[in-house]
Write a protein that binds this ligand. Structure first.
Ligand code: GAL
Length: 662
């Protein structure tokens, strides 16, 4: 299916409104409604007292209006009576303080009591609604990890961590070896002595911290898996999904997504633009539209998870409440974001939320409707997208049987954790490195697949690994076999699986492939920049934040620092970059690599983005000025929009076969 949807909270509104709401959702062109994910206290107001009548009625109302329902399991919000009866279900922060009741996500993934309670409520819901005709999918919990809730320092987590370590290492000697505990007399003689890495005088052992994060990530996946198994048992034929977040890397999403049918994510482009690593100028420039590559980056990341099946479960409909600043999106943005998701292959785009709540924490967060029930701007734009989609659903569906993109970017959660644990320079941000590389590719008009390190890499013209700290022989082999031009970013292979420096120094597992050895690294304080010259007569770029000194072991220098040392090298098809580049640097580097990869580039005007899906090309104008665009070569028919795209405008083109081949 390719449909629009909305997140709805019937329990927050008088029943008299439900019928009218459902009718109006249909009128706007919405077809999917997510409900239930925070409703535990209404489903079970007291222990064992189950109130289904309201949920029965809500489902029946939506069903009567032919709305398909995604039912959320309510485990993100354990109710007060449950917390009071079992205070041990609360997560503990690293100082041992309980994360209290009164907001959400206060539970500990490792609590056996909470797992049992979660299994109980999920089973009850799945038994009751598993075969309800309206239910098309289930959402497990809500945004695992939101508000920094992956880690819990509870007694249960400590016990399970010890068991996890025992399972991983077998003997305590192996753990000592892996963590290098001889350093500072940290040696253990028994797994029962090992605690979570908290409360240490200075930083705890990095390998210990990495294993703690790996363990916590596995706990989230296991908790999710428990729910998935119950839902599959009682609700066959329905998709099970989870709504992941943007720029969130605290657990391994690739691992968790293996247990899902659909990877969904929650897209809040303006909030993300204000809250993440963009510089002040970028935050200003994109204040009302969001950085155009933030949604795209995540669309491509999540498309890489469940065999290409992904949704936007929550789409920003207007201003949100939780970012440092919350501008109202420019008119046209809700439509443009929706089309951007369609351009990247979404099955469903669902807006958060139907009506703005007049009370509680999110009363300043827009909905499609204002609190008084009148349609806000977002609703009108949704209606427009629905009409446009009706005309283009078939070509979009056909196009989604989509070809692989010409470029792959390898995204590895464990490498991001390693960089977090040992940044070495305060602003070495592995996630940002991936994003900058991605944004440069998109600004050159290239489509990108974001893939886990274990993915098949054959068929790509170019494979980028901007932050692959973790060296892995299997990945090196996959890169070698791929036939692609490969670019390894700084710090590639600089750590082993255990977070040690590899025996032959960095790039470790990639040393043979890259033909270099990293002999020294230097992180650079703000304002310290090193010029580097690309090729003999190429542009001069600026290295900031990080640089490395390389010894060449078969590679040739392709760019040099002012002292003549290599900043970019090449050995056969493998390039190694020894510096942190800013956005302009990545743009220049992609331009430099493209000829070797046989990639045709098209430098897009500021704010314009192009996506190719099968035989379709979509052009989206995020800028404040009109932009003219048509497919560069071959014949094409315009299915939507004009040659000149107004600000926030878009066009959809069908390419004839010659033009659609990469
Ligand atoms: C998401 C969350 C929603 C709501 C929304 C507000 O993180 O899943 O429940 O809080 O943000 O933008």
């Amino acid at each position: 299916m390719i449909e629009l949807g909305v997140c709805y909270y019937p329990e927050q509104w008088p029943r008299e409104l439900w019928e009218r709401d459902a009718r109006h959702m249909r009128e706007l062109g919405l077809r999917v409604v997510r409900i239930g994910e925070f409703a535990w206290s209404r489903i079970e107001p007291r222990s064992g007292e189950l109130c289904w009548d309201w949920l029965d009625q809500a489902l029946d109302t939506l069903h009567r209006h032919e709305l398909r329902v995604v039912l959320g399991t309510p485990t993100a919000t354990p109710p007060k009576w449950l917390v009071d009866a079992h205070p041990d279900i609360l997560a503990l922060d690293e100082h041992g303080h309980a994360r209290g009741f009164g907001s959400r996500r206060h539970y500990c993934f490792s609590s056996p009591q909470y797992r049992a309670q979660a299994a109980r409520i999920v089973t009850l819901m799945a038994e009751r609604y598993g075969s309800h005709e309206a239910v098309c999918a289930w959402q497990t919990d809500n945004e695992y990890g939101c508000h920094s809730t992956v880690l819990s320092y509870s007694a249960a987590a400590r016990e399970r961590f010890r068991a996890w370590l025992q399972q991983r290492y077998g003997t305590i000697e192996a753990l000592n070896q892996a963590w290098g505990t001889v350093f500072w007399s940290q040696e253990y003689t028994d797994f029962a002595q090992v605690d979570p890495p908290a409360g240490t005088v200075t930083e705890a052992n990095p390998s210990h911290r990495l294993d703690w994060r790996r363990f916590a990530s596995d706990e989230v996946a296991e908790f999710n898996r428990m729910q998935v198994d119950i839902l599959r048992r009682h609700s066959p034929g329905r998709d099970v999904l989870h709504n992941f977040m943007g720029f969130f890397t605290e657990f391994d999403h690739h691992r968790l997504a293996r247990d899902l049918d659909v990877a969904a994510w929650d897209s809040y482009p303006l909030g993300a633009t204000q809250n993440f690593f963009l510089d002040a100028h970028e935050k200003q420039r994109h204040a009302f539209t969001g950085h155009p590559d933030i949604p795209a980056f995540h669309h491509d990341l999540y498309r890489g998870m469940c065999q290409g099946r992904w949704w936007v479960m929550e789409q920003q409909p207007g201003p949100v409440n939780w970012a440092q600043w919350n501008p109202a999106p420019h008119p046209g943005m809700v439509r443009l974001w929706s089309w951007q998701a369609l351009a990247h292959g979404a099955e469903v785009i669902s807006y958060f939320r139907w009506r703005q709540a007049p009370y509680a924490q999110e009363q300043m967060h827009a909905g499609l409707q204002r609190p008084d029930g009148s349609d806000d701007l977002g609703a009108l734009e949704v209606a427009q997208v629905a009409r446009e989609l009706d005309a283009l659903r078939e070509p979009l569906r056909a196009a989604r049987q989509r070809r692989q993109a010409p470029v792959a970017l390898v995204f590895d959660y464990a490498s991001l954790w390693m960089a977090d644990i040992q940044p070495q320079g305060r602003d070495y941000l592995a996630l940002e490195a991936c994003f900058r590389a991605y944004a440069a590719l998109r600004q050159w008009g290239l489509d990108v697949d974001l893939l886990p390190p274990g993915a098949e890499l054959q068929g790509y013209a170019l494979v980028l690994l901007p932050a692959q700290l973790r060296g892995e022989a299997a990945l090196a082999e996959a890169l070698r076999r791929s036939g692609a031009q490969v670019l390894l970013g700084p710090r590639a292979g600089s750590k082993t699986e255990e977070l040690h420096i590899p025996a032959g120094l960095a790039p470790g597992a990639f040393a043979e492939l890259a033909g270099v050895q990293v002999q020294r690294v230097s992180s650079l304080p703000p304002g310290v920049e090193l010029p580097l010259r690309l090729g003999d007569d190429g542009p001069t770029l600026r290295a900031s934040r990080w640089c490395e000194q390389l010894a060449l072991r078969g590679a040739q220098a392709q760019a040099r620092f002012a002292d003549g040392s290599a900043a970019l090298t090449r050995k056969d098809d493998c390039w190694y970059l020894a510096a942190w580049l800013d956005q302009a640097g990545w743009l220049a580097l992609i331009e430099h690599l493209a000829p070797a990869a046989g990639l045709g580039l098209q430098r897009l005007p500021e704010g314009l983005r192009i996506s190719r899906v099968g035989e379709l090309a979509l052009a989206l104008n995020f800028s404040d000025s009109p932009v003219r665009w048509e497919p560069p070569q071959g014949e094409a028919t315009r299915l939507l929009g004009a040659l000149e795209l107004p600000p926030r405008g878009l066009s959809v083109w069908k390419l004839l076969p010659a033009a659609s081949a990469h």
